[in-house]
Design a protein around this ligand. Structure first.
Ligand SMILES: C[S@@+](CC[C@H](N)C(=O)[O-])C[C@H]1O[C@@H](n2cnc3c(N)ncnc32)[C@H](O)[C@@H]1O
Length: 338
């Protein structure tokens, strides 16, 4: 085949891949994959999911075409692939579906805003009311397992926190999964989570109550720039949140230092922006390169660990960087000298 033909084939495959995820997004967000835990025709499925039967008939045909459903007459059942898009399936693929539609939204906004250079900030996420409730679960499904498996055992700050019966503050906590993970792994850890989005805190509180952890983990809505701890704590965490407030990094790091007891640690987890552009071609980093464009729309950009370390030193914290995920994720721990 000639090179243009190969490229056309490739573009068609990519187009179908994008459609497959967009279609999965509809099934995830309207509860259709979950409602197909037992086989059903389109009318029964619509009634189970409490949605319109006409839309569901079209979705079922498309989901059949893309291999999420098998059919026997008019009765549909989930294929193995379809099962993997049920959010309740262990290791569910639903984050990819949510991310793909968010990606389309961000691409549209970047294209529009590039003409003027306007950067509307965090509110761009909130423009899609249908996506927003899935943002927290998407991050949790993508990172909670990785945190428990890779990061917790590698850093001694968490066990030390537990030994002291200490408190972890999570700034920009999203749906609160990080504090739930710590409190369920370590029986003596307490947590306080703060986030600027009221909806995130509502979800955080509900999920924490369901996990039976509300006694030890509390949440509040607020801007981290205006937040001060009641008394200094052992650990302050920020996960994928520092790059949102990097324009005020000196203030933020001074606040982190002041929130810590002597010997306490700021634990900052960020995607690691590579030193060398050539690394962005790596399949594991490509998504980060797109995401940095959508971060730009929100007024942010991704950071290199050495920039985070320098900001920590500037505030009197002693930093150490730990790399995970074959160098794609960085956790920078900054200790307040005793
Ligand atoms: C990418 S999300 C990460 C959420 C969560 N830490 C996680 O890992 O799943 C960034 C979070 O920071 C929050 N955030 C950004 N700026 C903030 C601010 N100034 N005050 C409080 N929260 C903020 C956002 O609302 C959002 O939930």
């Amino acid at each position: 085949m000639s090179t243009p033909d190969v490229m056309r084939q490739q573009a068609m495959q990519q187009g179908q891949g994008a459609m497959a995820l967009a279609l999965a997004f509809v099934g995830v967000t309207r509860g259709l994959f979950e409602a197909l835990s037992t086989p059903a025709d389109a009318e029964t499925l619509a009634a189970r999911a409490n949605v319109d039967a006409g839309y569901v008939r079209r979705w079922c045909d498309a989901a059949y075409a893309f291999g999420y459903l098998d059919a026997e007459g008019d009765t549909f059942r989930l294929t193995e692939l379809g099962e993997m898009y049920r959010p309740s399936t262990a290791g569910s693929l639903f984050p990819f579906a949510v991310q793909s539609v968010l990606t389309a939204h961000m691409a549209d906004r970047a294209s529009e805003l590039m003409r003027t250079g306007e950067r509307p900030g965090e509110r761009v996420l909130g423009e899609r009311k249908n996506i927003l409730p899935w943002f927290g679960p998407m991050l949790e499904a993508s990172f909670a397992g990785f945190f428990a498996r890779e990061i917790v055992p590698a850093l001694d700050v968490f066990a030390a926190l537990d030994a002291r019966g200490g408190t972890a503050v999570d700034l920009g906590c999203g749906n609160g999964w990080y504090l739930r993970a710590l409190a369920s792994r370590f029986a003596n850890v307490r947590g306080i989570g703060l986030d600027g989005f009221e909806e995130n805190i509502r979800h955080a509180e509900a999920d924490t109550a369901r996990a039976g952890l509300s006694e030890r983990v509390r949440f509040r809505v607020g801007d981290l720039h205006h937040y001060t701890v009641e008394e200094p704590v052992e650990l302050v965490a920020m996960n994928r949140a520092l790059h949102h407030v990097w324009d005020r990094k000196d203030e933020v790091f001074a606040k982190l230092r002041d929130a810590l007891k002597p010997g306490g640690a700021a634990v900052i987890w960020e995607p690691r922006w590579p030193d060398d552009r050539a690394q962005l071609r790596d399949g594991r980093r490509r998504a980060m390169a797109f995401q940095n464009l959508s971060e730009h729309v929100q007024g942010n950009h991704f950071l290199r660990p050495d920039e985070i370390e320098a900001a920590m030193r500037g505030a009197g914290l002693t930093p150490t960087t730990h790399l995970f995920g074959e160098g794609t994720e960085a956790v920078v721990v900054g200790v307040r000298p005793a």
